[in-house]
Design a protein around this ligand. Structure first.
Ligand SMILES: [Mg+2]
Length: 177
């Protein structure tokens, strides 16, 4: 298993298409969740604090992801809350490895996305695909120049989340590796 490439998963964007604000996309369910990072940024006693964050998730995604020839890991601000709160809804095991960010949303001196250097360090020379809605061309170029193995940065539209074509791309990339 461990010779499989890594598939690093962001939650908000790829799994929770938060950009689809008014219409629940087909196949998705709505949950109110209270992840610790989000909770820390809400005023205690506020309506949102009480109700929780609205999250849309596709219960079919876990099986689709597990069927891919990758080793899955979380690359999200949800960190361990992803195993606890997201995994049971979409049907993933609750013990996937988690990238632990030392700090969230830290501005990068070269303008990279704040996760990028941590993702590369965590992958530690292994091939990986990273699905996230905030990846830019700068990150793609940086990883291509500095990562010692194959890597694919797959930007996901947060209005749509992971789509059929993304699953196909993930299949293809692993096969061609
Ligand atoms: Mg995101």
């Amino acid at each position: 298993m461990s010779d499989r490439p890594l598939l690093l998963l962001d939650v908000d964007g790829p799994l929770n298409p938060y950009g689809a604000r008014f219409i629940r996309p087909r196949g998705y369910v709505t949950r109110r969740l209270r992840p610790s990072d989000w909770l820390a940024r809400q005023a205690p006693g506020s309506r949102l604090h009480r109700r929780g964050l609205r999250v849309r998730l596709n219960p079919g995604h876990g099986a689709r992801l597990m069927a891919l020839p990758y080793q899955l890991a979380w690359a999200t601000t949800w960190m361990h809350d992803a195993n606890e709160m997201i995994a049971p809804v979409i049907g993933l095991p609750g013990d996937l490895p988690v990238i632990e960010w030392p700090e969230l949303f830290v501005r990068d001196p070269e303008g990279l996305y704040w996760k990028t250097r941590h993702v590369m360090a965590w992958a530690a020379g292994r091939p990986f695909v990273w699905v996230d809605d905030m990846i830019t061309d700068l990150d793609v170029r940086h990883v291509a120049a500095h990562h010692d193995a194959a890597a694919l940065l797959l930007p996901i539209d947060p209005r749509r989340g992971l789509r059929e074509q993304d699953f196909q791309e993930l299949e293809r990339w692993a096969r061609d590796l």
